[in-house]
Design a binder for this molecule. Structure first.
Ligand code: ATR
Length: 279
C-alpha cells in the first residue's frame, strides 16, 4: 500500500473557501488522468495563514492555490516571489520547495491569455489598444498579461479613478486612464475589450456600457463566469463581435499548479468545462 506521505497533496486556501471551483477542477483532472493525489479546500482565517502554510509541507503538501482574502497578504509571507506576482501585487499559486521555501506566483494573467488564444485563435493583441474596465486585483493581472503579449496601449476606466491612476504608475506609459464619461470614445478603435469588474455577475447590476461605438473586429471578454454569458457578452455577440467567456481563465490559471504538484500538464477542453459546471 502506498504511504499517505508519498501521495502528492495540494489544495486551495481561502476564507471562506466553499464557493471555490478549484477542488472540482483538480479532482476532475486527477480522476481523468488516474493520478495519485488529493486536492483539498482549506478554510483558513487570515491570522492563521502563515502558521498553516509553514505546516503544510510537513503534512505532504507540494503547494497550494490561494484565493480571497489572502491573495495580497501571501506576498508578505512567501520567501520567493515571481516578478509578475510582485508587479500584480498578488499571488494565486504556491510551490513548497524542498529547501523549505515558499515560492509564490500569479497565473491569473497567463490563464486569461490562454483562454483567449484557445477560444479566439485569430485574436491579435497587437492589432489595437485594449480597453480594460476595472482596476482591482483581477485588472492588474489582466493588464500585466496584455502588456506582456504586446498590446500597444491599455485604456483603463474605473469607478474609482485614483485606483486606475495608481495602476498607470505601476505599469508605465502604455496605460492610459479614461473617465467613464469618455468610455464611448475609449472603446471605439480597440482590438480587445475586457470587463474585470464584478458588474454583470449574478445578483449584481449590469455594466453601464453602451457598445454603439465598438468596432466589429474587437474581441470582447469578461472575467465574470456566473452567468457564463454576461449581458456584456450577449450584447457584443448580437452586434457580431467575437466573445469569450471567463470560465476558461479559471481553468487555465490552474494548469501550472496542477502540472507542478501532480506531474502532468492537464488539458482544458469541453469535458473540463462541463465537469466544473456540473460540480
Ligand atoms: P478583484 O480582485 O476581483 O478585481 P476588487 O479588487 O474588489 O476585486 O475589484 C473589483 C473591481 O470591480 C474594481 O474595479 C471595482 O471598482 P472600484 O475600484 O471603484 O471599487 C469594480 N466594481 C465593483 N462594484 C462596482 C460597481 N457597482 N460599479 C462600478 N465598478 C464596480
Amino acid at each position: 500500500m502506498t504511504e499517505l506521505s508519498q501521495i502528492p497533496l495540494a489544495g486551495v486556501i481561502g476564507y471562506p473557501v466553499a464557493h471555490s471551483r478549484s477542488p472540482a477542477l483538480h479532482g476532475y483532472w486527477l480522476k481523468r488522468y488516474d493520478l495519485k493525489g488529493h486536492y483539498i479546500p482549506m478554510a483558513v482565517e487570515p491570522q492563521n495563514l502563515e502558521r498553516v502554510l509553514r505546516t503544510l509541507p510537513d503534512l505532504g503538501f507540494f503547494g497550494a492555490n490561494i484565493t480571497l482574502p489572502h491573495k495580497e497578504a501571501i506576498l508578505s509571507i512567501a520567501d520567493v516571489i515571481t516578478d509578475r506576482a510582485a508587479l500584480i501585487g498578488a499571488a494565486n499559486t504556491l510551490i513548497f520547495r524542498k529547501d523549505g521555501k515558499i515560492h509564490a506566483d500569479n497565473t491569473d494573467g497567463s490563464g486569461f491569455i490562454a483562454n483567449l488564444r484557445q477560444n479566439a485563435p485569430y485574436w491579435d493583441p497587437a492589432a489595437g489598444p485594449a480597453a480594460v474596465l476595472g482596476a482591482g486585483g483581477a485588472a492588474r493581472a489582466v493588464v500585466a498579461a496584455l502588456i506582456e503579449v504586446g498590446v500597444p496601449e491599455v485604456r483603463l476606466v474605473n469607478r474609482t479613478r485614483p485606483r486606475a491612476e495608481s495602476m498607470r504608475q505601476d505599469f508605465g506609459a502604455k496605460v492610459v486612464v479614461y473617465d467613464w464619461t469618455h468610455v464611448g470614445e475609449m472603446i471605439e478603435d480597440c482590438a480587445t475589450l475586457v470587463n474585470t469588474t464584478s458588474l454583470g455577475m449574478t445578483g449584481k447590476a449590469d455594466l453601464p456600457l453602451n457598445l454603439d461605438r465598438l468596432n466589429q473586429a474587437c474581441l470582447v471578454t469578461d472575467i465574470v463566469y456566473t452567468p457564463l454569458k454576461t449581458q456584456l457578452l450577449i450584447e457584443a455577440e448580437d452586434r457580431g463581435n467575437t466573445v469569450v467567456d471567463g470560465l476558461g481563465m479559471l481553468l487555465h490559471q490552474a494548469v501550472p499548479g496542477f502540472e507542478r504538484w501532480f506531474g502532468l500538464r492537464p488539458v482544458v477542453d469541453d469535458a473540463t468545462r462541463q465537469a466544473v459546471l456540473a460540480a
